[in-house]
Design a protein around this ligand. Structure first.
Ligand code: ATP
Length: 357
C-alpha cells in the first residue's frame, strides 16, 4: 500500500517552476530518497507532503486520504507525518524526555510519557531522558530528533538532509542507526539529500531530480548501472566524456568498442565512462581493449582509491584524450608510467550527443 502519493504535482515561486509535474509514491516500510543538485526542487516537494507549502497543482495523498488537491488542504498538524530537519531544532530549555513528549502533546499525560519512553528506546536513548540537548553529542541529538518525530507513530516520515550537520566520522554511524530505526518503525520515508552515496546507502529507491522534474526513479543499482541520461550517469561522481559516432550498432572508442543498439548508422553520440571502468594493465603483458596505451600525468592516493590523470595520445590519429581513472589505493602508479587500457563496458554509457552537428 502506498503511504504517500504525489499525482502530477507542480509548484512555482513566481515565474520559477520549482516542481514540475511530479508523480511519485512511497510504500509503507519503503525509503525513497529525493536526490539532486541544489535548487532542483527536493525540499519544495517534501514541504508539499508535510503541508508546509500550499499546493498549487496536482494531488497529494497520505494513506488513502487526500491531503491536498487544490480545494482541500489539510494543515500540517493534522497530517500523520514525522518531520526531521537538518538542524534537529530541539528545544534547548526542555529535557530529552520533554522534547520527545512534545511530539505527542495531544495525548493524555501518562500516555505521553509512555510514548516518549518507547520512542527513546527505539533510538537507544532511554537512559538520557533527563539530559538537556546541549549536553548531548551531535549524533545523540539527531537520535532524539528522530525519536520526537517517531513518537506519534506516523505513517510517513519526512527527512530533509538529516545528517548534513554531522561531521564525516559520525555521519556513517548515524545513517546506519537511522536506517535501522526507520525500517523497524514500518513507516514510509521520504528523505532529501544531495549526496549520491548517502542516497545509495539509505534508499530502497532513488528519485533523481533536475530542474523540478524526476529524471529517473529506481533502485540504486538501476540508476548507477542503467542511467537513462547523461545527467543521471554524471550525477554519481566524476565521469569522462567522449564524442563518437555509431557504426554497425557499435561505438568504437580509443579505449574499446561499446554496444550502441538502437542508434542509427552514423549517429553522433556522447560516451560517458566512469573512472573506475578504466583498467590499467602492464603494457604488453595483457592485450587490453584500448588501441593506444595511456601515460600517467599525475596520480594521487586518496585513501581506498587512487585518482590517476591519464593521457591517451597519438598524433598520427589526432588523438589527445585526458582521462580520470580510479584504481585501488594500494596501486599508486608513477608519473610517466605507461599502461595498456581495458574498459569495463558495464560502466560506460552511450547517449545521443547533445552537440548538434
Ligand atoms: P537545496 O538542496 O539547495 O535545498 P532543493 O533541491 O531542496 O535545493 P528547493 O529548496 O525546493 O530546492 O528550491 C527549488 C527552487 O525554488 C530553487 O531555485 C529555490 O531558489 C526556489 N525557492 C525555494 N523556496 C523558495 C521561496 N520560498 N521563494 C522563492 N523561491 C524559492
Amino acid at each position: 500500500m502506498s503511504n504517500l502519493v504525489f499525482e502530477r504535482v507542480s509548484h512555482a515561486y513566481g515565474n520559477l517552476r520549482a516542481v514540475d509535474d511530479v508523480s511519485l509514491s512511497v510504500d509503507a516500510g519503503e525509503l525513497v530518497c529525493l536526490l539532486g543538485p541544489s535548487g532542483c526542487g527536493k525540499t519544495t516537494l517534501l514541504r508539499l507532503a508535510a503541508g508546509l507549502e500550499v499546493l498549487q497543482q496536482g494531488r497529494v495523498l497520505i494513506g488513502d486520504e487526500v491531503m491536498a488537491d487544490g480545494q482541500r488542504d489539510v494543515p500540517p498538524e493534522d497530517r500523520s507525518v514525522g518531520l526531521v530537519f537538518q538542524d534537529f531544532a530541539l528545544f534547548p530549555h526542555l529535557s530529552v524526555q520533554e522534547n520527545v513528549a512534545f511530539g505527542v502533546r495531544k495525548a493524555g499525560r501518562s500516555e505521553r510519557a509512555a510514548r516518549a519512553r518507547a520512542a527513546l528506546k527505539q533510538v537507544a536513548m532511554e537512559d538520557y531522558g533527563e539530559a538537556y540537548p546541549h549536553t548531548l553529542s551531535g549524533g545523540q541529538q539527531q537520535r532524539v530528533a528522530l525519536a520526537r518525530a517517531l513518537a506519534p507513530q506516523p505513517n510517513l516520515m519526512l527527512l530533509d538532509e538529516p545528517f548534513s550537520g554531522l561531521d564525516v566520522q559520525l555521519r556513517q554511524e548515524v545513517r546506519d542507526e537511522t536506517l535501522h530505526v526507520l525500517k523497524r518503525s514500518g513507516a514510509a520515508t521520504l528523505m532529501v539529500t544531495h549526496d549520491p552515496e548517502e542516497a545509495m546507502f539509505m534508499a530502497d529507491r532513488i528519485a533523481l531530480m533536475h530542474q523540478g522534474r524526476i529524471q529517473q526513479i529506481g533502485r540504486p543499482e538501476e540508476l548507477y548501472y542503467k542511467p537513462v541520461s547523461a545527467f543521471v550517469a554524471a550525477f554519481f561522481g566524476e565521469i569522462n566524456r567522449l564524442e563518437a559516432s555509431v557504426h554497425d550498432s557499435q561505438v568504437e572508442t580509443p579505449l574499446g568498442v561499446l554496444d550502441a543498439q538502437g542508434f542509427g548508422e552514423g549517429a553522433a553520440v556522447e560516451v560517458l565512462i566512469r573512472p573506475e571502468a578504466i583498467k590499467l594493465l602492464p603494457p604488453g603483458e595483457h592485450a587490453g581493449s584500448g588501441q593506444v596505451p595511456g601515460t600517467v600525468v599525475t596520480a594521487k592516493l586518496l585513501g581506498r582509491t587512487s585518482l590517476v590523470h591519464l593521457s591517451v595520445a597519438d598524433p598520427r590519429q589526432e588523438l589527445d584524450l585526458h582521462l580520470h581513472v580510479r584504481v585501488p589505493g594500494r596501486f599508486l602508479p608513477k608519473e610517466g608510467q605507461t599502461f595498456s587500457i581495458d574498459l569495463d563496458p558495464h560502466q560506460a554509457f552511450v547517449f545521443e550527443s547533445r552537440k548538434r552537428a
